[in-house]
Design a protein around this ligand. Structure first.
Ligand code: ADP
Length: 575
């Protein structure tokens, strides 16, 4: 179905991406000018050769011209190749930076519409295609220049034959340009299929253990074949289009030579052309055909490249998050609140339905409730990763929307439930997001408070151990303790915690609860609590069920008054 949708071939996103990527235009122009010089020098060759064939072989001027033209062409050819590659690589680097920067500044609601792993090919493959498209624009200009020059040379010899050539070539240009439209669409499908396939592969490779556990190798073999089929089908379509357009290019040779031989022959027999002139035109006709063919190919390739870069270009037009708002966050502490908030991810089912809740300043509030009731979503809204569809987040009397977003996020520390580790070494992980250099002393204190000092000591390179080497071997509790050490260094004013649900052994559990206790002290904390000790110790509990608040109060109040909470809490204890 998706392939059948009409694909809008708009220039705007492509132009916008190019404009904002600060491409090395100076180098492009230098490359372009040098290639024009090369073309001009090289296009003198047919005239020189036909004079030689006409018998002027012993003319010193002609021999000198021949030697100069040959040498100049050879000398320009090699550096031009190197320069154009260098321009390409520089452009790719700048484009990658631009696309990546654009991506990380997009709001979560936009990022959610794209598969994270498919975004990889937007930064890698698509950006190379964009530079290819840009270099084709210059090639099209270069071939246009060459064509005009050759037509001018032929017209200087004879206008009639020039007009005749143009008349015969026009239908070919039209016929050759038409498939480009479809080639663009086919390439768009190929690129999309490639990013979906990348997505498929990275998902499967990440779950290889599961595949083996369920003996699903055969099933995954078939799934892989199905996943790569979409790309194959789009490639096949593109091949078919080439089947139409390529012979068109070759038949152009016959047309050009035919016009020159038949019409040129007639003019020769009428004495309008001399034999040397006819020979010169014949030789230029050869370059003319090649140039035309290249011109059309470049246009087709340009359309193909444009098709491949459609999504990356469109990303460049998406609205980034607005960091600058009306007021600074440097205001006195106040209660945080959600007021009549309704929220759904990507316009789907309501996750929160008209909920209001207050998180008292300096106190610990626990959000409790069955899985899927929207607890983590509340934390994400408080961190302002997403915006409520209705209602608002308030800080005292101020709407959060009015407060600078970067200042807000810097004041909040969020410890997510799963995979809070990032990349780099353990040290990089613990100090991530801290603007200033962290002293060894502060680092040691945080590690011991979060109970990770012993754990780090056992690692092969201590703090400098690469997280990639140990990350997958760390338990949920160990990962969360590292994340807690990070929070202790970051020292945020507001703490958002999503307690791990993975079962912890008694030692791990008490270590985490102790570390949490230290971290929460005197801080406005909102914790999605699974641990009964955290729940009991919280100043306030909000019981959330199916996107609605169904109870609020202290643990003992709720335990007495709310039968569902009572049951839920007892079940947690059994667990
Ligand atoms: P809880 O923390 O109470 O288990 P969550 O807030 O994580 O619940 O999720 C609430 C609902 O929102 C669930 O149905 C979940 O599938 C859905 N959900 C969570 N994150 C996303 C997302 N990024 N996109 C779409 N749906 C989501």
């Amino acid at each position: 179905m998706e392939n059948k949708q009409k694909i809008k071939q708009s220039w705007k996103p492509f132009r916008h991406l190019i404009k904002t990527s600060k491409l090395p235009w100076g180098l492009y122009i230098l490359n372009f000018v040098l290639s024009l010089v090369y073309t001009t020098v090289y296009s003198m060759m047919p005239q020189v050769k036909s004079s030689i064939l006409a018998g002027e072989i012993f003319s010193p001027a002609l021999v000198a011209t021949y030697v100069i033209v040959t040498l100049a062409s050879a000398l320009l050819n090699f550096p031009l190749g190197i320069l154009s590659k260098y321009v390409d690589y520089t452009s790719q680097r700048r484009l990658r930076r631009n696309v990546w920067k654009k991506m990380i500044h997009l709001p979560m609601s936009s990022l959610d519409t794209m598969e994270p792993t498919s975004l990889v090919s937007r930064v890698t493959t698509d950006t190379s295609q964009i530079t290819t498209a840009v270099s084709y624009i210059f090639s099209i200009l270069q071939f246009t220049y060459t064509l005009v020059m050759i037509f001018a040379i032929i017209a200087a010899i004879n206008v009639k034959i020039t007009v005749m050539l143009i008349v015969f070539l026009i239908p070919f240009i039209i016929l050759a340009i038409l498939p480009s439209h479809f080639m663009h669409n086919a390439q768009y499908a190929i690129s999309n299929a490639l990013s979906q396939y990348t997505n498929f592969l990275s998902e499967r490779l990440g779950s290889i253990e599961q595949i083996k556990v369920f003996s699903a190798e055969e099933k995954e073999d078939i799934a892989n074949d199905a996943a790569s089929k979409a790309r194959f089908k789009a490639q096949r379509k593109q091949l078919l289009l080439s089947l139409i357009s390529q012979p068109l290019g070759f038949s152009m040779e016959a047309v050009v030579q035919g016009v020159v031989l038949i019409y040129g022959g007639a003019l020769l027999s009428q004495g309008i052309l001399t034999a040397e002139q006819a020979l010169t035109i014949f030789m230029y006709a050869d370059i003319l055909y090649v140039c035309f063919y290249q011109f059309i190919l470049c246009w087709q390739y340009f359309k193909i490249a444009q098709g491949a870069t459609k999504t990356a270009s469109e990303i460049s037009l998406m609205e980034p998050e607005t960091m600058e708002r009306e007021i600074s966050f440097a205001v006195p502490d106040a209660d945080l609140a959600l007021e009549n908030v309704t929220f759904a991810y990507g316009g789907g089912q309501k996750v929160l339905d008209n909920v209001s809740m207050t998180f008292p300043c300096g106190k610990v509030t626990a959000i409790v409730g069955p899985s899927g009731s929207g607890k983590t979503t509340v934390l994400k809204l408080l961190e302002r990763l997403y915006q409520p569809d209705e209602g608002e987040i308030r800080f005292g009397d101020i709407s959060a929307e009015k407060i600078h977003l970067n200042e807000w996020r810097n004041s909040f520390g969020m410890v997510p439930q799963n995979n809070p580790l990032l990349f780099g070494t353990v040290r990089d992980n613990i100090t991530y997001g801290v603007p200033e250099k962290v002293s060894e002393d502060v680092l040691q204190k945080a590690m011991s408070a979060a109970d990770v000092d012993e754990l780090v000591e056992k690692m092969p390179d201590g703090l400098d151990t690469d997280i990639g080497d140990v990350g997958s071997r760390l338990s949920g509790g160990e990962r969360q303790r590292i994340a807690l050490a990070r929070m202790m260094i970051r020292d945020p004013e507001y703490l958002l915690l999503d307690e791990t649900t993975s079962s912890l052994d008694a030692k791990n559990e008490s270590q985490i609860v102790n570390a949490l206790g230290q971290l929460m002290q005197g801080r406005t904390t909102i914790v999605v609590a699974h641990n009964t000790r955290t729940v009991e110790n919280a100043d306030k509990i909000i019981f959330l069920e199916n996107g609605k608040v169904t109870g609020e109060g202290t643990h003992s109040e709720l335990y007495e008054s709310n039968a569902t909470y009572h049951r839920y809490f007892d079940q947690q204890q059994v667990v």
